[in-house]
Design a protein around this ligand. Structure first.
Ligand code: GLU
Length: 304
């Protein structure tokens, strides 16, 4: 199927619509982003691709990076990682502390902040140079040596990230963080600060649409079963406490970030990334959600 006409049509329609919501301002550096940016990059496993708008401009991928940290930990430790966190949607905001008390420091899933912080702790325990090794992994899956952290964003988040520091210390109090909270939280802020464009994100995570294998060199990044499971967690937990709504309206595994990006995967077909910085009240890109809803409906291309 040639998706380009529908992609173009939906892009033009959504571009003209009023962008509701506002840019994330709780991380001061993110508040400086031009709210009118709008980019889309669509890439199929057969090699065809299509970009629109600001698709080559790097932005702060924030929680989309939690897909990469999960994949790296899952690749290295296999099913053991599920001893430290669950695979259930939380139904609470991404940075919530409330469930951790009753769940005794075991986060509901790897995509809420609490779960990603535990993944960071796991990676620190497994990697010789966590920051460099994480970047090498990102560069490997994307065949792109320009992928980097933003020191500005990481510092900016550190200056205001009291809630994440609290989460990390709280989990540590239950014994589910092994390293020092300072080290873990610094690594977490670095992870969230990665900058990539829509094109780079779609290319990097296309292996999730290809049974775990990279398209360029056929290298197996995750096993087929791990890939299925990662997509399943994206489906049920990837859009904070709007994951049900995203499944209902879009019908694809996805992961959003407060930088305004959304990555969506159609298993065995394509990866698509959207970027529009204005967020709705749940912290998801307003136009990103809107674009994907219209696209999967018009193209009859959801997994349901
Ligand atoms: N660095 C952000 C935070 O921890 C990530 C939030 C997000 O993109 O979901 O608050």
């Amino acid at each position: 199927m040639d998706y380009s006409n529908i992609l173009q049509e939906v892009y033009e329609k959504v571009s003209k619509e009023e962008g509701r919501g506002g840019v994330a301002s709780y991380i001061p550096e993110l508040a400086k982003v031009d709210p009118l940016k709008f980019g889309v990059f669509f890439k199929e496993i057969n090699g065809r691709d299509f970009g629109m708008g600001d698709f080559d401009e790097k932005f702060s991928i924030q929680s989309i990076a939690k897909v990469a940290s999960l994949c790296l930990a899952y690749k290295m430790l296999g099913e053991k990682i599920w001893e430290r966190m669950g695979v259930e949607p939380s139904g609470t905001p991404f940075n919530s502390l409330v469930q951790l008390e009753s769940d005794r420091g075991v986060p509901r899933n790897p995509f809420i902040n609490a779960g990603a912080i535990v993944i960071c702790d796991i990676l620190i325990g497994e990697l010789n140079n966590p920051e460099e090794d994480l970047l090498s992994f990102m560069r490997e899956i994307s065949d792109n040596s320009s992928i980097s952290f933003s020191e500005n964003i990481a510092e900016s988040e550190k200056s205001t990230g009291y809630r994440n520091v609290a989460l990390c210390n709280f989990i540590k109090s239950f014994g589910n963080i092994e390293n020092s909270p300072e080290k873990v939280i610094d690594f977490y802020f670095k992870l969230c600060s990665i900058e990539m464009s829509c094109r780079e994100i779609s290319c990097a995570f296309l292996f999730l649409a290809n049974g775990g294998r990279k398209i360029s060199d056929n290298k197996q990044i995750l096993s087929e079963s791990q890939t299925k499971r990662t997509n399943a967690i994206m489906q049920s937990c990837g859009l904070y406490d709007e994951s049900g709504e995203f499944t209902f309206k879009v019908g694809l595994p996805g992961k959003s970030g407060v930088g305004g990006g959304i990555l969506a995967i159609h298993p065995y077909k394509y990866a698509v990334t959207l970027w529009s910085p204005k967020l709705n009240s749940k912290g998801n890109s307003y136009k990103g959600m809107r674009f994907l809803e219209l696209f999967t409906t018009k193209a009859r291309s959801s997994i349901f």
